[in-house]
Every structure is written in C-alpha cells, then in structure tokens.
Design a protein around this ligand. Structure first.
Ligand SMILES: C[S@@+](CC[C@H](N)C(=O)[O-])C[C@H]1O[C@@H](n2cnc3c(N)ncnc32)[C@H](O)[C@@H]1O
Length: 410
C-alpha cells in the first residue's frame, strides 16, 4: 500500500459524520480542525482529556463514553482511529475497510487508508504537506516545510507576484513598539502587499528596509503640510494614494488607537469613502515595561494599571487627566509622552498623596537595540532624568511593580 504516493485531496466534511476513536492527545490535536470543517463528529472513548471533554461540553462533538464496538464506523465518511488499545485499532481499521470509510491511524500509518498532512493556513489558502510514503514519514520534516511555506506567505517573502491579494484602500497597521518581530502576522502580511507605506518615526522601522524597491515609503514626519495641520496632511496623503487605486499601509507605532490618532485617520478616510481596515498592535504601554522586566500587574502588588498621557503638564488647562485621582490609585501608572513633564507629574502625584518613595522606572527606546532603563523614585525622578539624560521615546512606570522583577536595574 505504501509504495505509491498518497493522493492529496481536500475533504469537505460539513454536516458529514466523522468518527473519532480515542479521546487522548491525538484526538485533542485533530479535533479542532475537524470541528472547523463543520464535521458531524462522534467521539467514542471511555475517557477524554480535559480539552476534549470541553469540546463535548460545548456541543462541538458528540461523546459516546464507551470503548469502540463493531458498527461504530457505519455511515461514517471519515474516521480517526487513535485508541490506546492496538486490538481495537486493528478491528476498527478492518471495519473501516469493510464500509469503505477512509481512516487514519495514529498507531500504524502503514495500515491506514489516509494520512493527515501537516497543515497551516494563510490568507484563505490551506497549505497541506504529506510525505510520499508511510515508511519514510517524518512528521517534523513535513511540519517544518509547512511552517516555512506558511511563514513565507504571512511575511510576504513567498508571494506569487501576479496573484498577490492586495487590500483595497488603506490599512492602519499597529506596528508594535519597535522590534520588527513584534508586529502582528496580519500587519506584516499587509505591509508585504503594500504599494505605499506611510510610516511614523516610532514603530518597527527596520521592516521598511525589507520592502521591495517598488514600494513607496513615505516618512509621515516629512510630509509637507504648508498651511495644513500635520495630521490633516497625513490624512490627505492617505486619501490621495488610495484614490490612485494603490494599496496603502499607514504604519503606526504601538497600537493605532493608543495615543495614536488612529480614529482621526479612520474618520477622514470614511468621509472620503475610502475603505479602511485597522490592525491592532502591541502597545508600548505594556510591552516596553515588559521588555525591561516590569510586569504592569503582579499578584498581591497591583490589581490595576492605568495608562496616561503626560504630553501636557498636570496644571495645563488642556490636560484631560485627573491627576489628583490618579495619585490615589493603588496600582500601576504608566505614563507615555511624559519625559519632559515628569518633574511636574511627580510633584503633583506626591502633592496629592502618593509616597515620594514610590518606585519609578523610565524605559527609553524599549524593544530596540538602544533600549535602556533608568530607575528612580517620585522624589528623585526629575533629577535622575536630567542627570541620566533620558530622552523620548520613553515609557514611565510608576508603582511597586517596578521592583518585583529579579533585577530591577539594567
Ligand atoms: C504618540 S504615543 C504613541 C503610542 C503608541 N500608539 C503605542 O500604543 O505604543 C508615543 C509615546 O509612546 C511611547 N513609546 C512608543 N514606543 C516606544 C518605545 N519603543 N520605547 C519607549 N517608549 C515608547 C513613548 O512614551 C512615546 O512618547
């Protein structure tokens, strides 16, 4: 049976009876894809792992809590045989043969009439990799090939040039805090398919160097804005390029909606009738502290974290933050855009009740090669920032979580 290569085919199992024998690790791994395929699944097994049991509890599968018995495979279209009893597996396999039911066997691929490929998905395509014969089966090899293909499709290094799917209009992509590995898979894929990228100063700048030469990269900070406000100029650039039928990515630092003016761009695009998709990003407010060894919450230490903008001083009439209330919170305060105003901020927090000894950490250029962390307290932070020449961009963490990690200073 194994001398010929397997014939690859995609089974359309929606509403069709599929029988799974055995409720262990194999079933646990295979069931999600069968459920996703819409199969009408019956699991036959006296026991099941907690995850498999949860699928039964959720009504995703029907569970017959007993061992396999002859007749279980009647009317099935497909069977997965994975019990821990070799005799039951052999008997079930023979029954599958009698009923002409394609079956996979976890214990003996050579005796199976079907093999499960290593599968992955990207952008509406399923990648399935099979070995050519059962004796030469090396699941790690097929999984590695699957991973390489899926990863290539996701990051755009594997693109069929004439068939690439372009997102129409504009994608507002949260690029994460700076490390190019910290953008989402979707963001990276959209970036790889873009004609024009309008990028902020913050975010994963290194990814821009990987873009093919035909991609026009525009530095948002350098868009000439004449009598316009900078944001209006950026909005107009997005609209103009999209109107030319181009696929435009607006690459932003962190998450587009965390002090990122993302919604202003979404609104401007909506008014211009340009389709827009928003891809969330990893915000620096959480990831930069994390990269410096600071958890924004910690059991028994902080039950809340609050992210606040420090771009205007607490006594500035434009400030929307209620600093006296923030001073009363017991959890973590994360201040973005606060380096210039940290003296005033610390003073205000102390004036409204925070201890001057409250630990403070400033993490500059987090997740990049230039990352550095400077520690202080509310009493000393203004002086420390001056002495250490801390510069933006930096995330400032205020609270006891600063000291919970194994080595607070870096
Ligand atoms: C205009 S806000 C944008 C925040 C962004 N949307 C986010 O979710 O991370 C810019 C501020 O984010 C913080 N920031 C962003 N990236 C950073 C990084 N890699 N290291 C330190 N701070 C960063 C700094 O406080 C900076 O002044």
């Amino acid at each position: 049976m194994a001398e010929h290569p397997a014939y690859p085919v995609g089974l359309r199992l929606s509403g069709r009876r599929v029988v799974v024998l055995g409720g262990g690790q194999v079933a646990q791994r295979r069931l999600p894809a069968l459920i996703a395929a819409g199969a009408d699944i019956t699991l036959v097994s006296p026991e099941a792992t907690p995850s498999v049991e949860a699928m039964a509890d959720a009504g995703e599968i029907t569970w017959a809590r007993r061992p396999y018995q002859d007749g279980d495979l009647a009317e099935a279209w497909y069977a997965l045989i994975a019990t821990s009893d070799p005799a039951a597996n052999t008997a079930a396999s023979a029954e599958a043969d009698r009923h002409r039911v394609w079956c996979v066997r976890s214990d003996d691929a050579d005796q199976a009439t079907a093999w499960t490929p290593a599968t992955g998905h990207s952008e509406g395509v399923t990648v399935a990799v099979l070995t050519t014969d059962a004796r030469g089966r090396d699941p790690r090899h097929t999984a590695a090939i699957r991973d390489a293909v899926v990863e290539g499709l996701r990051d755009g290094t594997l693109v069929a040039p004439h068939h690439r799917t372009r997102a129409p209009g504009v994608a507002l992509v949260g690029g994460g805090p700076g490390d190019p590995d910290l953008i989402t898979v979707r963001g990276r894929r959209l970036l790889a398919a873009a004609d024009v990228v309008i990028a902020d100063r913050l975010g994963p700048r290194d990814l821009l160097a990987e873009l093919p030469p035909h991609v026009e990269v525009i530095d948002a900070a350098k868009i000439p804005y004449g009598r316009y406000m900078a944001q209006e100029a950026i909005n107009n650039a997005l609209i103009e390029h999209a109107k030319q039928g181009k696929s435009v990515v607006r690459l932003k630092g962190g998450d587009p909606y965390v002090f990122g003016r993302g919604m202003e761009e979404v609104q401007a695009l909506a008014e211009a009738g340009i389709p827009c998709t928003v891809v969330p990003g990893i915000s620096s407010s959480i990831s930069v502290p994390s990269a410096a060894g600071i958890p924004v919450t910690h059991r028994g230490v902080a039950h809340e974290f609050t992210v606040v903008s420090g771009h205007v001083a607490p006594d500035d009439e434009r400030s929307l933050a209620d600093w006296p209330s923030l001073a009363k919170l017991t959890g973590t305060l994360v201040v973005l855009m606060g380096v210039d105003k940290i003296g005033k901020i610390a003073e205000t927090l102390v004036a409204h009740g925070k201890s001057p000894d409250t630990p403070v950490a400033l993490v500059q250029e987090g997740t990049t090669a230039a990352q550095r962390r400077v520690d202080a307290t509310l009493a000393t932070v203004a002086e420390v920032v001056r002495a250490e020449e801390v510069k933006p961009p930096a995330v400032i963490v205020i609270g006891a979580v600063v000291n919970v990690g194994p080595s607070p200073a870096a």
